[in-house]
Design a protein around this ligand. Structure first.
Ligand SMILES: NC(=O)c1ccc[n+]([C@@H]2O[C@H](COP(=O)([O-])OP(=O)(O)OC[C@H]3O[C@@H](n4cnc5c(N)ncnc54)[C@H](O)[C@@H]3O)[C@@H](O)[C@H]2O)c1
Length: 265
């Protein structure tokens, strides 16, 4: 048995990661922690302005990141992002499937195109990225780490209007468990992180520019959180670092809930 030296447990030196939706919010929190741990990080995001800025800011602090404009719901973009990682940094060892959308519309008002878009961005993308990235990891023969960002809504609905979102996140949790089984013989672990309420641009809280309706929703939700506050993207970034590092060497097919206790209430 070889035990990793204590100081190396969180090191991702010489590892390359792709973080989808890594330009803003939770994704940026994840990108930052992986880069600090020494990984080369590819930010694969649909938002060119924010992605370019995030990468430039991190590189100015001495970290190694690169941005590629990616719509995760398109196979061509997914393949291009995986190729970009290997051509830019020489390998691919970690995939974090974080990009996701959560429009709030009751089923009775929802157009089929909206339902399909949510499934395509939140779930179909993960199938495409996993297949493409795992093929590279298997070929490299050194194992790998895949981390999927689900939600507490993968376990329990947090409110009306999220039926399509909840379908995508329940699906993503099911996908995580089954593909963990399939990829275990290749020493590729597949785990999930299920956030509760996190302050991000998507929740209207990351920019300080929050509408009165969203403010009311956030205040009501905060009352339900035993820790009485929304989480920060870094609360998720730290747990993803754990799952991407040797700290979690014997974990696969697991989901870590990071929600300030809200599922208890
Ligand atoms: N914020 C929360 O409270 C919360 C709670 C539970 C789960 N989550 C999950 O965490 C993830 C990130 O959420 P967030 O709040 O940081 O969102 P956000 O809207 O603040 O940021 C999402 C990022 O993903 C990118 N993105 C969106 N569509 C994309 C696409 N098609 N292709 C590539 N990139 C795309 C955006 O440009 C942005 O950079 C999502 O999967 C979400 O479901 C968030």
């Amino acid at each position: 048995m070889t035990n990793t030296p204590f100081n190396d447990l969180l090191s991702l030196a010489s590892q390359t990661a792709i973080v989808t939706g890594g330009a803003l919010g939770i994704g940026l929190g994840i990108t930052t922690r992986l880069a600090q741990a020494g990984a080369n990080v590819v930010i694969a995001d649909i938002n060119e302005e924010s992605g370019t800025k995030a990468s430039a800011d991190l590189n100015a602090q001495g970290y190694k990141t690169a941005f590629i404009k990616t719509d995760v719901s398109l196979q061509t973009d997914v393949d291009a992002a995986v190729k970009f990682a290997t051509t830019t940094f020489g390998s691919l060892n970690i995939l974090v499937n974080n990009a996701g959308i959560y429009p709030n519309t009751p089923v009775m008002d929802m157009d089929i195109a909206v339902f399909e878009k949510i499934i395509n961005v939140n779930l179909k993308s993960v199938f495409m990225l996993t297949k493409s990235a795992a093929a590279v990891m298997i070929q490299q023969g050194k194992g790998g780490k895949i981390v999927n960002i689900t939600s507490i809504d993968a376990l329990h609905p947090s409110g009306v209007g999220l039926a399509a979102y909840d379908s995508s996140k329940h699906g993503l949790w099911g996908f995580t468990k089954n593909v963990a089984l399939e990829l275990a013989p290749h020493n590729i672990t597949v785990n999930a992180v299920a956030p509760g309420g996190i302050s991000t641009p998507g929740t209207g809280m990351g920019s300080g520019d929050i509408s009165p309706a969203m403010k009311e929703l956030v205040e009501k939700f905060t009352q339900k959180i035993p820790m009485k506050k929304f989480g920060d993207p870094d609360d998720i970034g730290k747990v993803v670092l754990f799952l991407a590092s040797d700290m979690s060497s014997y974990m696969t097919g697991s989901q870590i809930v990071v929600d300030g206790g809200v599922l208890l209430s």
